[in-house]
Design a protein around this ligand. Structure first.
Ligand SMILES: [Zn+2]
Ligand SMILES: [Zn+2]
Length: 165
């Protein structure tokens, strides 16, 4: 990304505005981070519950692994989740037209989480990313230097992670 942010020509008022944007970005990112880790925790708990339940003999043969309601022929028929391979009931599943398969509500959440927060963000980039985005802008704002990368406030977010790779 060749976008450059020249901060040297900013008036105090403009600099103040940029600062506000950067600060807002900080708090937004923090909130997003918290939301995602909460989501992750819930999914982990659900995973634990499932592994316990699935050890019960034939539990999943007769009951939905997600809501534990018993399967009944026609009314609440059994189907298998494409991702976790557990048997799930009608109300805990959604049909994926593209894949022509059923996905349970939990796996759907997990998919969502994956797309929203790629694992590399958490495992690899997070610590480096901290001093890359807003922090860099902030530093440079005080120095009033030219920024090298496209780390202007508008592009901070998911795009700047991608730039980093
Ligand atoms: Zn269910
Ligand atoms: Zn599933």
């Amino acid at each position: 990304m060749g976008r450059k942010l020249d901060l040297s020509g900013l008036t105090d008022e403009e600099a103040e505005h940029v600062l506000q944007v950067v600060q807002r970005d900080f708090s937004l990112r923090k909130k997003e981070e918290e939301r995602l880790s909460e989501m992750k925790q819930k999914l982990d708990e659900e995973g634990n519950k499932c592994s316990i339940l699935s050890k019960q003999q034939k539990f999943n043969e007769h009951c939905c692994i997600r809501c534990c309601s018993p399967f009944t022929f026609l009314i609440n028929s059994k189907r298998q989740c494409q991702d976790c391979k557990y048997n799930i009931c009608k109300s805990c599943s959604t049909y994926q037209k593209k894949e022509k398969a059923w996905i349970c509500s939990v796996c759907q959440q997990a998919r969502l989480l994956r797309t929203q927060s790629l694992d590399w963000y958490y495992n690899n980039v997070k610590s480096r990313f901290k001093c890359f985005g807003s922090a860099k802008v902030l530093k440079n704002l005080y120095k009033k230097h030219r920024l090298e990368s496209g780390a202007c406030p508008e592009t901070i977010g998911k795009n700047s992670c991608a730039d980093f790779l």
